[in-house]
Design a binder for this molecule. Structure first.
Ligand code: C5P
Length: 407
């Protein structure tokens, strides 16, 4: 997550989920943001002023009449200072007040003056959540252009019942903050991304695969979603989680298609590709697959010292899609090489009819499979070459998006 230099105003109202907000403040600060806090009076029953002040490094604004800085009025200076305000937890009381312009305490007065992006994470008892007044207020707030409204999650509630009313976890709130702050340069773009390894089945208990973890492809999917794209991620088996933000009345998410073999990956891509404006083929697709899948476990015979497998080539997804590419479609491929890197990458870009190829070399330490970092060179079919230093896969994803997808 990347919030370097951002000013974030955290507004806390009086629900039990307030005990999670110190963790949110830490997450935001770790991502590089500066954080200030405003609360309702009741919120301080759940989390102390001292905790919030210590973690944020600033005095907490909870009392309209106790001036923190004698020369300013905080309910105006805080919205001026902030790039974004997040209200978490937002109680039924605060939601209903905010929707109607009621400004009778530090938090709601500050909200009323806030014209920049606001993220709201409601939390309350399920009956209060479903009350017609709360639902109407949520609908009102969700229509305001500067507001990104998270839905409540379902689960165990503080009152002992189970239902819809839990606050979303702080990592989802933090992702939503980054989403609300990111310019939507890929709005209305359909993007297809492949990620991870493929598994080519040998018998009921074995497969052939590679070391790909999918980190690069998932980072790309996240970067594109953050910029407003409609992302379809066709993923081989990985341990990664796909980003999903449960917003009120809609889910902002990466559409995930789980596949195993190269053939399955191709079939998914084939159906999505015609409507994709941009396709990024990041998966480490097997080039060969067992010619026959044994229906029983292949046994070792006594005295056997070697075993020969018959393999057939798989379909080259990049080349097949590249051949069908329309002029208004962009296809980006990857090349992971161990020798004659640039030469091989250029040859692949041409053979597969790609617009760009992202080259990484296994000779660079910290690049390629499994690492959290990568070092890439982006080559374009009009002869441009851009070299980048070692950086996190999140940063590499940003670079790939800005150098290949944005005009
Ligand atoms: O030829 P090579 O496998 O090195 O090419 C790498 C590029 O082609 C990557 O973008 C990869 O996702 C794609 N590829 C593919 N289908 C294959 C093999 C590779 O789409 N069967």
């Amino acid at each position: 997550m990347h919030l370097a230099g951002k000013h974030i105003l955290v507004g806390i109202s009086g629900g039990i989920a307030a005990y999670k907000i110190p963790e949110l403040i830490r997450l935001l600060k770790k991502a590089g943001a500066e954080v200030k806090v405003t609360t309702t009076k009741n919120a301080l029953q759940f989390v102390t002023n001292l905790t919030l002040q210590t973690l944020s490094g600033y005095p907490v604004y909870s009392d309209v009449f106790a001036s923190i800085n004698e020369h300013s009025t905080e309910h105006i200076s805080l919205p001026d200072w902030a790039d974004l305000m997040v209200i978490a937890p937002a109680t039924a009381n605060v939601i209903n007040k905010m929707a109607h312009g009621i400004a009778d305490d530090a938090l709601t007065t500050t909200f009323c003056a806030m014209r920049k992006p606001v993220v709201i994470a409601p939390a309350m008892n399920d009956k209060m959540y479903l009350s017609p007044a709360t639902q109407a207020s949520l609908r009102t707030l969700s229509e305001w252009e500067n507001i990104t409204l998270l839905d409540c999650a379902s689960g165990e509630l503080a009152c002992g019942t189970t239902g819809r009313g839990r606050m979303q976890e702080v990592n989802i709130i933090a992702e939503t903050i980054e989403y609300a702050l990111t310019e939507k340069k890929l709005q209305n773009k359909q993007i297809l991304i492949t990620a991870g390894p493929t598994q080519e089945q040998l018998d009921p208990v074995r497969y052939i695969s590679n070391y790909s973890t999918g980190k690069m492809g998932y980072a790309l999917a996240r970067a594109c979603l953050m910029q407003g794209a409609d992302v379809s991620l066709v993923s081989g088996p990985t341990n990664l989680q796909v980003l999903s933000m449960p917003l009120f009345l809609q889910e902002k998410q990466v559409h995930l298609y789980n596949v195993c073999s190269a053939q399955e990956m191709y079939l998914s891509c084939e159906t999505i590709f015609p409507k994709a404006d941009i396709t990024i083929l990041c998966a480490a697709v097997a080039d060969f697959t067992p010619t026959n899948i044994a229906d029983k476990k292949i046994k070792k015979e006594s005295g056997q010292t070697e075993m020969t497998l018959s393999l057939s080539t798989t379909i080259d997804i990049a080349a097949t899609l590249g051949a069908k590419k329309r002029d208004n479609q962009i296809v980006v491929g990857f090349a992971l090489e161990t020798d004659h890197e640039k030469e091989h990458a250029l040859e692949k870009m041409q053979k597969k009819n790609l617009n760009f190829i992202v080259l990484n070399s296994l000779r660079d330490s910290g690049a390629g499979f499994g690492h959290d970092t990568n070092k890439v060179t982006i080559l374009s079919n009009d002869g441009e070459e851009k070299n980048f230093p070692l950086m996190s896969k999140e940063e590499v994803a940003q670079i790939i998006v800005s150098h290949t997808l944005l005009p």
